[in-house]
Ligand binder design. Sequence first.
Ligand code: HEC
Length: 93
Amino acid sequence: MKRIVSIVLALVMVMVFATVSMAGWDKCKGCHVDTGKPFEMGGKPVLTKAALLKKFKTAADFKKAAKNAQNPIMNAFKGDADLDASAKDLGLK
Ligand code: HEC
């Protein structure tokens, strides 16, 4: 049991550090995957890159939707710097 907890903690640490050192879309694609099957959270699929691009045509729409996301997990990704950089990486204007 103790071992499992420390393995999980180690994984969380790695993920946190990896997130801090990334910028733009790289920060988002842990959940909003680039390709393949959408990542599921709480039984709901998290929109993939393609799905996001299909749904949002402009950087303004994209940013607004990100800021309006209901799931608190998105709270860490609502800063203008992150959203501007990721919209740019996705090619949105
Ligand atoms: C830890 C996982 C995670 C990360 C990392 C993440 N998101 Fe999300 N995002 C979610 C979840 C879960 C939702 C769905 C929220 C909801 O249902 O309200 C979401 C919703 C969104 C939406 C709204 C989609 C819609 O249909 O309205 C946008 C836009 C979005 N994210 C953009 C981003 C951007 C840009 C980044 C990176 C800067 C990012 N996300 C990083 C989990 C994540």
